[in-house]
Design a protein around this ligand. Sequence first.
Ligand code: P6P
Length: 347
Amino acid sequence: VGAEKINTDIVTLTRFLTEEQSRHKEATGDFTLLCHALQFSFKSIAYYIRRATLINLIKFELTGLAGSSNTTGDEQKKLDVIGNDLFISAMKSSGRVRVLVSEEEEEAIVFDEHPQARYAVVCDPIDGSSNLDAGVSVGTIFGVFQLPEGAKGTKEDLLRPGTDLVASGFTMYGASTQLVITMRGGTVNGFTMDNALGEFILTHPDMKMPKKRAIYSVNEGNSMWWEEPVKDWCNGLKYPEGEGAKPYSARYIGSMVADAYRTLLYGGIFAYPADKKSKKGKLRILYECAPMAMVFENAGGQAVNSKMARMIEVVPEHIHDRSGIFMGSYDEVQKVIDVHKKHGISA
Ligand code: P6P
């Protein structure tokens, strides 16, 4: 490659965070240190996931069923445990986290070693891990809350809407390791892991979703249990009215981070509706729906629950509370809202 084509002004996540901090005069640097601990946890989880896939080829049991199931009833694979342990120790050693909620832990973890720490973190360390043996992309979803003054750091401090998140995002462990992060009221920025440098490099600055795109992403295997408005919405995409109208394309990976990343990049809509079988939906509010909703809204899209309320305004009743979710391009979610309005359902 000719010298003139080499980009020598590389923006690493470390530099991005430093520049972000300098934009906030009152910043103490705590949030920056917390984000460095987050990026370290993504790097170490990526390392084990890459190894697990390779080792799995020689039938090593790293990703086999651990026999135990985690508190939320999902089959627990050993890699889930490793990812969870890596994440917990990174947050604990940062000294900036007071309380942590993980999909893998029934109770919130309070770090008594750091009574002065001002942040709370919610996470799903390896979301979609049931797909791992098939080599499907999985990911870490995370959200960061600032604790109110004088908070004791209990799980009640985390029963808050996504609008209170100071940062959220996800890391997808796919063909490459992609990090997507957004700050409250800020832009959405995508970073790609450069394994040679061991750094996340800014490759997708200020991500904005296409306003519409004829791609829908939902598990139609659940359609027997769908409510009428959801059936109407989906049929409207598959059997469009109007001369020469073309049906949507279906894309469903079954790993939220992978489906979310594709929807963010290409546009379209991802849905996991609440239905007659899962009345509250399947996906978790705190560490799946709310962080994703903040990313999608900051990228110009929308995210609503099954009652058509803004997803980031929904307050979880308990730390593992679930919700239906529709998130994606602005116009695609608007179609869902409009169909529900016809059925008398609106926020
Ligand atoms: P289904 C993975 O288990 C997960 O939690 C999400 O990552 C994914 O979007 C969803 O469940 C897939 O659920 O019922 O379609 O297999």
